[in-house]
Write a protein that binds this ligand. Structure first.
Ligand code: S3P
Length: 427
């Protein structure tokens, strides 16, 4: 589907963004293996999290979902209560679903198979299957389990100490979930810290989780107790509006109830260092800290993003690239080769599509060099079926001189089905 985005003269208003994707996935998975009731409010109603919900139902979880109120109620089955699925589990486009379920299912007493869509079947699973095998998991797939579909012959696992090669919250979470089903303790050492939603939730549900620096250990066999989980707004979705608010003159946008877990707020730090007028207010310290965020039109300058900054803003780099196109000076992004194995090759997608709009971008193996230009022109661009590329291009469109036509704009349904309506509401 093509969508035409018209340039905006100003953007003003107060919005909510949908629930955090990472937390929504985890709350459903952990609630399903806890004992008693789990109530999730603010659940993200979008394709990725619905894939997790459907997979967990196929695994016998008793889940009641009220999409109108984004409320999920789970009657937990306990650690050993899941059942063999009758069919292949389809993670759709969702890497989080596939990787976390590989961890969860490795230690069950039954057989299962996970697959995904065209994009997900091309994303590497060996970062998860290799350490899971070291825990005793029996996994089969193409090229030794590198690509979905992967079959899982559930078996007894034993805890290991594993050092991640890439800083990945999905891999860490897969191993921690497998660790719940392992003898002894499972320790994951990260090269850099990554989003810690799994650790926070496991702890809240009563698991024994210990964190020392960038190492996280979980003890196998702990019983989990159902909880109430309030999912905050997704800062990765808010990011599009924060950049739009900076770029469009005479703008002021308030985004309510955004999750501001420090492992996710790299976008705020980077935009502020670029000169963005962003303030946080109504901060609330809960299981996941939240805040309202206000952004006003700003004059942006270039920034230097290095590898150690990347994990905290990994999903925001496409829209940061849009900001950099219109900032003064030359922005460098390095150490971001992980972007090549996301829903699309995001380094290639950003550089080809923003160049079509007049951006000056050089693609590197592990990043981008972006020379700011005074303005972008309209044109026709492609999403490559990637939700974050579609939304980043829409923000470029808002800040362009003439309309931008986005091919494959329906990709926003993966994480933010109301994205275009929310954007229009601010004009
Ligand atoms: C996620 C972790 C990140 C992120 C993805 C969601 C998660 O992926 O890019 O959108 O929920 O754990 P990696 O673990 O591959 O870095």
């Amino acid at each position: 589907m093509d969508i035409v985005v018209q340039p905006a003269r100003k953007l003003r208003g107060t919005i909510m963004v949908p629930g955090d994707k990472s937390i929504s996935h985890r709350a459903v998975i952990i609630g399903s293996i806890a004992e008693g009731k789990t109530e999730i409010t603010g659940f993200l109603h979008a394709q990725d999290c619905l894939a997790t919900l459907t997979c967990m139902r196929q695994l016998g979880a008793s889940i009641d979902y009220d999409p109108r109120h984004q409320k999920v109620t789970i009657e937990g089955k306990g650690l050993e209560g899941l059942e063999e699925p009758q069919d292949v589990l389809d993670a759709g486009n969702s890497g989080t679903t596939a990787r976390l379920l590989l961890g969860l299912l490795s230690g069950q007493r039954f057989f299962s198979v996970i697959t995904g869509d065209n994009s997900l079947r091309r994303r590497p699973m060996d970062r998860v299957t290799i350490p899971l095998r070291a825990m005793g998991a029996r996994l089969q797939g193409r090229e030794g389990g590198k690509w979905l579909p992967v079959s899982i012959e559930g078996t007894r696992l034993h805890g290991i100490k594993h050092r991640l090669r890439v800083a990945s919250a999905q891999t860490k979470s897969a191993l921690l979930l497998a660790g719940l089903y392992s003898s002894g303790s499972t320790e994951v050492q990260q090269p850099a810290s990554t989003r810690d939603h799994t650790e926070r939730l496991l702890q809240a549900f009563g698991a024994q989780v210990e964190q020392k620096g960038n190492s996280i250990a979980v003890v196998g066999g702990c019983r989990l107790q159902g909880q109430k989980v309030e999912v905050p707004g997704d800062i990765s979705s808010a990011a599009f509006f924060l950049v739009a608010g900076c770029l469009v003159p005479k703008s002021e946008i308030i985004v309510r109830d955004v999750g501001v877990n420090p492992s996710r707020t790299g976008i705020l730090r980077i935009l502020q260092s670029m000169g963005a007028d962003i303030e946080l207010f109504n901060r609330c310290e809960k299981l996941e800290p939240t805040s309202d965020v206000v952004v006003r039109s700003s004059t942006l300058r270039a920034v230097n993003i290095t590898s150690e900054m990347v994990p905290d803003l990994i999903d925001e780099l496409p829209v940061i690239a849009v900001a950099a196109c219109l900032a003064s000076g030359t922005t460098t992004i390095r150490g971001a080769s992980e972007l090549r194995v996301k829903e699309s090759d995001r380094l290639a997608a950003i550089s080809s599509e923003l160049s079509r709009l007049g951006a000056k971008i050089q693609e590197l193996d592990d990043g981008l060099i972006i020379e700011g230009v005074p303005r972008l022109r309209g044109g026709r661009v492609r999403s490559f079926g990637d939700h974050r590329i579609a939304m980043a291009l829409a923000i470029a469109g808002i800040a362009c001189e003439s309309p931008v036509i986005i091919e494959g704009a329906e990709a926003v349904d993966i994480s933010f089905p109301d994205f275009f309506c929310t954007l229009e509401s601010l004009r």
